[in-house]
Design a protein. Structure first.
Ligand code: NAD
Ligand code: ZN
Ligand code: ZN
Length: 344
């Protein structure tokens, strides 16, 4: 009997994932096969499984875009990776490589981009087919389980902080201290910034303090905006909104200093009102940021390899995915769950 692989499959939006045995995929020319060691569970996987966004994945699909594993086979013509390499299969699964955005290292917005665990099957499975030109190269001294959260939550929060253009000694707000935010705080500190953490959960805020945040504000407090302005001396130079909550987006303008930049990375479905006078008269920049490019990935991993950033992880087996999703939806995951796969 040929060995099959375990996978967690979205068959219907908003329904539990189905654990299945599937044939192990074969890498075609230019592709590579990765045997999964660990895969983080991102809030995006939950949005994907719920069909939250205007562009929906085609059913059925295997979520997961924080999959780390070992290259076990390469298709014809592959030179970018070798068998035995440890790689990550990220959200930016592939891009065209030659459009105006790819040429400017803005490949996440390439019209031809494919997304891991969304338009391509992802890491909630024992094997993943990947594009060797877009995999993350995992430094030797990082364990798979520690690397997993970095290839989405890490790169996204790191790039988002860079996009605020806040300089060492200035303030950033990190709104939402979950998977993205708990890493964002660490990147910001490593980059010499002062950090004001904002969340609705006091436990998450206590965690933010342990991670080095200089000020903590509960967004549910009536005067949360005033508290941020006081802590930062008039508003933060950069505000990174990771929270999957429209309320957090609404609050963000008031937390931003004059001439500051607010970077949006959280992706709750919907819209939020923008007080035009405040944005215009205070010269505030509002900017979206979508993961990062391959250079950002290498940088985000290097911070961890240098020991400046470490994901807080809770290990679970693939079979626990539905209870993990339930907890994630209710804010009951402290930082990041990483699904760990059996060796051998
Ligand atoms: P998570 O569930 O781990 O963390 C979310 C955190 O936000 C929790 O700590 C929660 O308590 C907090 N929160 C909820 N409401 C809040 C509010 N009103 N104010 C402040 N904090 C609040 O989620 P995650 O995995 O960190 O992902 C967060 C969001 O980022 C999701 O919408 C996800 O899809 C999106 N995302 C975007 C990108 C990108 O490239 N732009 C990449 C990855 C994830
Ligand atoms: Zn993600
Ligand atoms: Zn392109």
């Amino acid at each position: 009997m040929t060995y099959k692989m375990q996978a967690a499959v979205v068959e219907q939006f908003g329904k539990p994932l189905v654990l299945k045995e599937l044939d192990i995929p074969e890498p075609g020319p230019g592709q590579t096969l990765v045997k999964t060691e660990a895969c983080g569970v991102c809030h995006t996987d939950l949005h994907a499984a719920n069909g939250d966004w205007p562009l929906k994945p085609t059913l059925p699909f295997i979520p997961g875009h924080e999959g780390i594993g070992i290259v076990t086979a390469v298709g014809a013509g592959v030179t970018a990776v070798n068998e035995g390499d440890r790689v990550g299969v990220p959200w930016l699964y592939s891009a065209c490589g030659h459009c105006e955005f790819c040429l400017a290292a803005r490949e996440p917005v390439c019209a031809e981009a494919q997304f891991g665990g969304y338009t391509k099957n992802g890491g909630f499975a024992e094997y993943i087919v990947a594009d060797p030109n877009y995999v993350a190269h995992i430094p030797a001294y990082l364990a798979a389980r520690d690397a997993a959260p970095l290839i989405c939550a890490g790169i996204t929060s790191y790039k988002g902080i860079k996009e605020t253009q806040a300089r060492p000694g200035e303030w950033v707000v990190v709104s939402g201290v979950g998977g993205l935010g708990h890493l964002g705080i660490q990147y910001a500190k490593a980059m010499g910034l002062h950090v004001c953490a904002v969340d609705i959960d006091d436990g998450k805020l206590a965690h933010a303090k342990r991670l080095g945040a200089d000020a903590m504000v509960n967004a549910k407090d009536g005067d949360a905006i005033a508290a941020v302005r006081k802590a930062t001396g008039g508003g933060a130079h950069g505000v990174l909104i990771t929270a999957p909550s429209l309320g957090a987006f609404k609050q963000g303008v008031g937390m931003t200093r004059k001439c500051g930049t607010r970077v949006l990375v959280g992706l709750p479905p919907g819209e939020f009102p923008t007080p035009l006078f405040d944005v215009v008269a205070n010269c505030i920049t509002i900017r979206g940021s979508f993961v990062g490019n391959r250079r950002d990935m290498a940088e985000a991993l290097a911070f961890a390899a240098d020991g400046n950033v470490k994901a807080d992880i809770e290990l679970q087996p693939l079979s626990a995915i539905n209870s993990v999703f339930h907890r994630l939806a209710h804010g009951d995951v402290p930082s990041r769950v990483v699904l760990e796969f059996a060796k051998g």
